[in-house]
Design a protein around this ligand. Structure first.
Ligand code: M6R
Length: 604
């Protein structure tokens, strides 16, 4: 969703803001803009389309200044256009505002402002905020903003620039992320950490309703009544290099390659011999009291939930259910104080997931967040947080976040099983984990197979994925990966379900990706594969190396090693991620920033 960057300090604000916006491109956007205070006046420039359009447009414009705010907009109210892009400014061009989120009561506010004589030039909800600030201005911008946010309904991260007070940026948030990077002789605000990393790794996370004044040498944070708050500066252990492509043609491919070393790092951080190093997080909790587990997430993280459900059922012998966050938050989930509700979110900012967590907490569940981003909103809402240690994930299509989330869930299921006296064959299970890094390595030997697969897929309209049991859950993730970055319509089915309707979609040459790793189910999966083949499907199989029949019945077979049935996702995920990535590359698409999508979904 939208990205905000603001800068005040010793460098040229335009440069820092544009660089920061570039780092936020992954969030998804359709236009960009910047405002600086120069020679006592506000200069605002905006361009629809890629950030590059704005950068090129600015080449001949002098915007050098030590203070500025910028924005990448993901359209909600009003089409992507220069006018609708942020920053929005007051009629006298003294105040500029950038906004991430949705002002739900913008319409009545707009009508009131129109009656007072305010003229609107855009269709956005955000323009209401800037006119509201202007109309309520009481000579003190901080106090004015505190009054304005009391009137706003919905979600917002706001950064405000005022010509009459050019040494500072005022920012505030509710339900949309905003961090402040603390530098030396400079401070930066941004929607996400990668935008700050070139300048600092010291960050302050703003909480809902807090308001901050950010100056070159001073940051102050206030609560909504404007009492000063003692804030904590956290050090993020992400580096600027991690947020670069490092020689890869795109972030997605780089992140796929990183998975093996991330798993290694996670295992050495979370396992000390046979001990789980995160045990202290649960020291005050009696895990035996829980009778049910809820797993709640969106998109790829939801697919992690499906794998995790299997882990809790099989290893911890616990009842677990998986729910999509946007559904969970509006339904009766029969929560009580014996419910352990687990919320999985790479960004830790997904609005639906956070809202679902708040609901579960209110209803009495213990809440556990699984996230990648230290200090993200979800970590401040949940009772306990377990981090995935994957480093910044920039590509919209989630890869390393997925594998690291699955691993955290597996480790937690072992830990839980041990605590409740259900863990069997612990040593064997821990030994198996040590082999996962090997499985996640990207091998070049399959390159020819991948180019054949891509040749088949690049012109396909549809592609289907099938699997049984845990392989079905893996197929869902494979289908989502391919769909979101190649724009091929994909669907995943439990292999046995096809003949109940969907097999009607199979035509001569329709690509079907068959996932098969479960010894107890493979014969049945192969029968389904043959049913499809008989109807003309082009079969691409990803299965255990030793499955000869699968190999012989497929057009293309990718044989994989499996360390244990339950951990089979680690064997099949890399080929599926590569199929998606290479297909998107072959089609000449923007692998990292697929159309219409945002990395961090901070609206409902
Ligand atoms: O940050 P989150 O893990 O909460 O994001 C959830 C989904 O939006 C995300 O997993 C999405 O489905 C991925 N882009 C898919 O690759």
């Amino acid at each position: 969703m939208c990205g905000i960057v603001g800068y005040v300090g010793k460098n040229n604000a335009k440069t820092v803001v544009l660089e920061g916006l570039e780092k936020l491109e992954y969030r998804g956007y359709d236009s960009a803009g910047i405002a600086v205070v120069k020679d006592g006046a506000l200069k605002v420039e905006k361009r629809c389309g890629k950030l590059q359009n704005l950068i090129e447009h600015l080449q001949t414009i002098d915007m050098s200044s030590d203070v500025g705010i910028g924005h990448t907009r993901w359209a909600t109210h009003g089409e992507p256009s220069d006018i609708n892009s942020h920053p929005h400014f007051s009629m006298d061009k003294k105040i500029a505002v950038v906004h991430n989120g949705i002002i739900e009561n913008y319409l009545p506010l707009k009508n009131e402002l129109i009656e007072k004589g305010y003229r609107f030039i855009s269709e956005t909800d955000t323009e209401v905020v800037v006119h509201l600030i202007d109309s309520m201005y009481n000579g003190d911008m901080l106090k004015t903003v505190a009054e304005v946010v009391k009137v706003l309904k919905g979600s917002y991260a706001l950064a405000i620039l005022d010509v009459n007070n050019p040494e500072e940026i005022i920012c505030t948030r509710k339900d949309s992320p905003l961090v402040i990077g603390i530098g030396e002789g400079e401070n930066i605000i941004a929607s996400d950490i990668p935008a700050l990393l070139k300048y600092t790794n010291k960050v302050v996370y703003l909480n809902d309703f807090e308001i901050a004044t950010v100056r070159k040498n001073k940051v102050e944070v206030f609560d909504k009544e404007l009492n000063a708050i003692q804030f904590e500066v956290k050090v993020v252990d992400w580096s600027y290099d991690q947020a670069t492509k490092n020689g890869f043609p795109n972030y997605m491919l780089k992140e796929i390659h990183e998975q093996s070393s991330i798993v290694q790092k996670m295992l050495s951080s979370y396992l000390n011999g046979g001990d789980f190093t995160f045990a202290n997080l649960f020291s005050t909790i009696d895990l035996k009291r829980y009778t049910k587990i809820h797993l709640v997430a969106c998109g790829t993280a939801y697919h992690v939930g499906l794998q995790a459900k299997y882990f809790f059922n099989e290893i911890s012998k616990m009842d677990a259910k998986v729910e999509i966050a946007s559904e969970y938050r509006y339904q009766n989930n029969f929560i009580d104080d014996r419910t352990l509700a687990i919320f999985i979110s790479q960004s830790g900012e997904t609005l639906d997931t956070i809202s679902a967590l708040k609901k579960a907490k209110e209803e009495g569940a213990t809440t556990l967040a699984i996230t990648n981003v230290v200090g993200s909103t979800i970590t401040r809402e949940a009772d306990i947080t377990l981090y995935t240690l994957a480093g910044p994930e920039i590509a919209v299509a989630s890869t390393k976040a997925y594998t690291s989330q699955v691993l955290v869930m597996y480790l937690f299921s072992l830990f839980l099983a041990e605590k409740i006296g259900k863990l069997e064959r612990k040593e064997e299970k821990i030994a198996e984990l040590k082999r996962l890094c090997e499985l996640l390595k990207v091998e070049n030997e399959d390159e020819i197979k991948f180019s054949e697969i891509v040749k088949k897929l690049e012109n396909a309209k549809d592609a289907f994925f099938i699997g049984r049991g845990i392989d079905y859950y893996s197929s869902l993730e494979g289908a989502l990966k391919l769909k979101e970055i190649s724009y091929i319509h994909t669907e995943a089915f439990p292999a046995g379900e096809l003949k109940h309707g969907s097999i009607a979609l199979i035509e001569e040459g329709t690509p079907v990706i068959v996932v098969g790793t479960q010894d107890n189910l493979i014969e049945k999966t192969i029968s389904n594969l043959k049913e499809l083949k008989a109807r003309g499907a082009y079969i691409i199989s990803i299965g255990k190396k030793e499955y000869e029949d699968m190999k012989n019945s497929s057009d293309i077979f990718i044989g994989v090693d499996v360390v244990s049935q339950i951990l089979s996702i680690f064997s099949v995920i890399v080929p599926m991620q590569l199929i998606a990535c290479y297909t998107s590359m072959k089609k000449g698409l923007d692998v990292d920033k697929p159309r219409n999508l945002a990395k961090s979904v901070t609206v409902e």
